[in-house]
Design a protein around this ligand. Structure first.
Ligand SMILES: [Fe+2]
Length: 753
């Protein structure tokens, strides 16, 4: 018997969200905030200095301080929209607004052919259904001609298969129409082997088609156009290669335009937003929402895996309907940072109705200066890699990784309901391919103080505030900078500081960042790597658009996806992607430790080892002499060794003179397995209860020129700093190291025993 309808469940979700135009800003410079509210009225904006973002009642709680600035005040609320979908827009001045005859040719590899109508090449206004449109409808290659008063369609007999390359032609002349899709499978370029005999030519013909009227708008590749919204529509999932448009219908008609996507992978070897038209008119296209370039084309043979070595086989762009590179919102609040505001991590706190959002940003010291001997480097490339991750709602393996039920936050529901906020590099696109780009020009609802990750604990930005809170509690002055600053400025940034502290999980690292650390450490610099699974994935910032990062995951590592064959090289810098370890730069070489295991059931303590009592580091263990165990407490999993852990490993480049001070070996459950890159043959016994390789190690060593490195090997470490009023073993050890590292007196070289 039917009962009463259940009460709807209401979950508090942010009614106000926003993002800044930049992550870091120096005094005297402007930073612009773009805000969207769910309705009208007004929102209140204030600048706050962030100290702690962990609401766990066992810790110090959420700590922020209002900073008076001219930006504080009320602002009119409005709703701003986000349009996802990658495409290429061509401003042809009407030159491709073909009338009574035309031909479109292209190589296409659709990846979701039956999903809905998707435009391949079009000069079409969806608002009034006018112009010409070549796309997929019901999975079939379809030519659509609209005169303004009628629309005529011609479709192939059979639908197109996903992940299969076809040469397509659509042409019209005197009311007659033809569409044809011919498979161009080779042994490597498509999902199926040609030997399976599954894919055949499919055609369609029609007559009585009207003459298409001129559509108002651009020619668009991989989408259509809607003049009523002034935006693209009907986005395509899949690859295009060598599209061309001709003004006639014969096979020998010269193209009016032909775009060579491989051309931009030429001289500079990186992908710009420009798509070169090699036809007679030079109607070059411009990319929207950063589609993937440097992708295998219709004729890829598998003999080369680097697009630089065979650019003629990398003429494809892969488009996605959910790609987002720039939300493109208008500015609501502008802050010119007052000179007296000290370097630190801040947020614009925006309040609307009963909702509050914190939009983090970093205030640098005045350009080219340091205002403290200590630099806290925030791993913003890693924040971007994880930005708006859908792992709780869509990651099928997450609960197995966590070892417990995923914790669902309001932000996770918000992301699930608003996919237009874009995805993280832990997610898949609509067609199942991995997300390789991430942008900071969009609201990032997971990069917020107070956000609790699916682990139930803190992750990335809010976890790094544990370090801010600890430094503040101890009265240690520090400056801040971001990965983006380090990538742009290099060693010069680090050289201004006596000691550099990392965040808890600096996993995504560019070549320029690694180079900067290497030079700094070799010339007397000191680093405290206060995290786990750091310096792991090869990551690139876009040369012209530093709000974008790229990562191509593959072949090894704890990876949410794997680049398709031949697509491990990044388009932003032409580097081979994947793990730094596989490019000869294992994290152990610079920081003494590297990724060994991850688990999220609970965090452990460390056992001290013989090196802990080495008289040469008596300053380091001061107040801790005789301690057998360290870090049996913490706000991240209940211990200092956990979540993601790094190991001392001489075979991977830990310097021979490094001291192994403490280890969590033998203290982890089997929720902590050995990482994939360490496993050659899989067998039983590779979990934390059996494997001696599964552990977090605390390591110290001297570097050239009086420098040194201290590494904790664990994401959870920083969550243990605040225990017992900041008076505990983890805090003591970290403080001992920091105070010595901040002292410019050269550090005694250890040498090999
Ligand atoms: Fe990670």
């Amino acid at each position: 018997m039917a009962g009463p309808a259940p009460e709807p469940v209401h979950v508090a979700r942010p009614a106000v969200i926003g993002y800044p135009d930049r992550f870091s800003v120096a005094p005297g410079e402007p930073i612009e905030f773009k805000i969207s509210c769910v309705g009208g009225g007004e929102f209140q904006a204030d600048v706050v200095r962030l100290r702690n973002g962990d609401t766990n009642p066992a810790g110090p709680g959420f700590l922020e301080q209002v900073v008076p600035t001219p930006a504080s005040g009320s602002y009119p609320a409005r709703t701003q929209e986000i349009r996802t979908g990658s495409a290429v827009l061509v401003r042809d001045g009407g030159g491709l607004a073909l009338g009574g005859s035309g031909t479109v040719r292209c190589y296409v590899q659709p990846t979701t052919p039956a999903l809905r109508d998707q435009a391949l090449v079009s000069r079409w206004d969806e608002a009034i259904r006018t112009g010409w449109w070549v796309g997929l409808s019901g999975g079939r290659l379809t030519l659509r001609l609209g005169s303004g008063s009628s629309v005529h369609e011609t479709a192939t007999d059979a639908p197109l298969y996903a992940w299969t390359w076809y040469a397509i032609t659509a042409s019209w002349h005197g009311g007659s129409t033809t569409v044809r899709a011919e498979p161009v499978l080779n042994s490597t370029n498509s999902l199926w082997s040609p030997s399976a005999g599954l894919v055949a030519v499919t055609v369609g013909t029609g007559d009585g088609a009207p003459t298409p009227a001129e559509a108002d708008g651009p020619t668009v590749l991989a989408a259509g156009w809607n003049s009523s919204t002034g935006a693209t529509t009907g986005h395509y999932n899949g690859k295009l290669d060598s599209p061309s448009v001709s003004g006639g219908a014969g096979a020998d008609t010269e193209p009016l335009a032909r775009w060579d996507f491989g051309a931009e992978l030429g001289a500079g070897w990186y992908a710009s937003d420009r798509c070169t038209d090699v036809g007679p008119h030079g109607w070059h296209g411009t990319c929207q929402n950063a589609p993937y370039r440097g992708m295998t084309g219709w004729n890829w043979t598998g003999e080369e895996e680097n697009y630089r070595h065979a650019p003629e086989q990398y003429g494809a762009i892969h488009f996605h309907d959910d790609a987002l590179a720039d939300a493109g919102w208008d500015t609501d609040v502008t802050l010119v940072v007052p000179d007296e505001v000290p370097s630190g991590v801040y947020a614009l706190r925006v309040s609307y109705r009963e909702h509050v959002d914190h939009i983090p940003f970093w205030v640098l010291p005045p350009r080219g200066t340091a205002t403290a001997p200590v630099l806290l480097l925030f791993p913003t490339a890693s924040y971007l890699a994880y930005a708006n991750d859908h792992t709780v709602s869509e990651g099928p393996v997450l609960q197995s990784v966590l070892g417990h039920t995923s914790v669902l936050a309001a932000a996770d529901l918000h992301l699930f309901e608003h996919p237009e906020l874009g995805r993280s590099t832990y997610d898949q696109h609509t067609d199942g391919s991995g997300v390789a780009h991430s942008s900071r020009l969009r609201p990032i609802v997971t990069m917020r103080p107070g956000f609790r990750h699916g682990t139930g604990s803190l992750w990335q930005f809010p976890a790094d505030l544990h370090i801010v809170d600890w430094l503040t509690a101890l009265g240690i002055d520090f400056d801040v900078a971001t990965d983006e600053d380090l990538d742009a400025e290099g060693t010069a940034l680090l050289d201004r500081y006596g000691v550099v502290l990392t965040g808890t999980h600096p996993e995504y690292t560019s070549a320029r960042m690694l180079d900067a650390f290497e030079r700094y450490l070799g010339a007397g610099g000191r680093a405290m790597y206060l995290g786990g699974n750091g310096f792991y994935w090869v990551t690139s910032y876009h040369p012209d658009q530093p709000h974008l990062i790229e990562v191509r995951k593959g072949e090894a590592g704890c990876r949410a996806w794997q680049a398709r064959p031949g697509e491990l090289h990044m388009a932003f810098t032409a580097e081979r992607g994947g793990l730094w370890r596989n490019r000869g730069r294992a994290p152990q070489k610079l920081f003494g430790v590297g990724f060994a295991t991850e688990g999220m059931d609970h965090s452990s303590a460390y056992s001290t080892l013989a090196d802990f009592a080495d008289p040469r580091v008596g300053w380091l263990t001061e107040g801790l002499a005789g301690a057998a165990v360290i870090g049996a407490h913490g706000l991240v999993g209940g211990g200092a060794a956990g979540h993601e852990c790094d190991r001392y490993d001489l075979a991977l480049g830990t310097p021979a003179h490094a001291l192994l001070l403490a280890t969590s070996a033998g203290r982890h459950s089997d929720n902590y397995p050995l990482v994939a890159e360490d496993i050659y043959f899989p067998y039983d016994g590779l979990g934390g209860t059996d494997s001696a390789q599964v552990r977090a190690d605390v390591v110290y060593f001297s570097t050239g020129g009086g420098g040194a490195v201290f590494s904790t090997g664990s994401i959870a470490w920083a969550g243990s700093l605040a225990h017992s009023g900041y008076d505990n073993d983890v805090s003591r050890l970290t403080e001992n190291v920091l105070r010595r590292f901040a002292d410019p007196t050269p550090i005694e070289p250890l040498g090999i025993d």
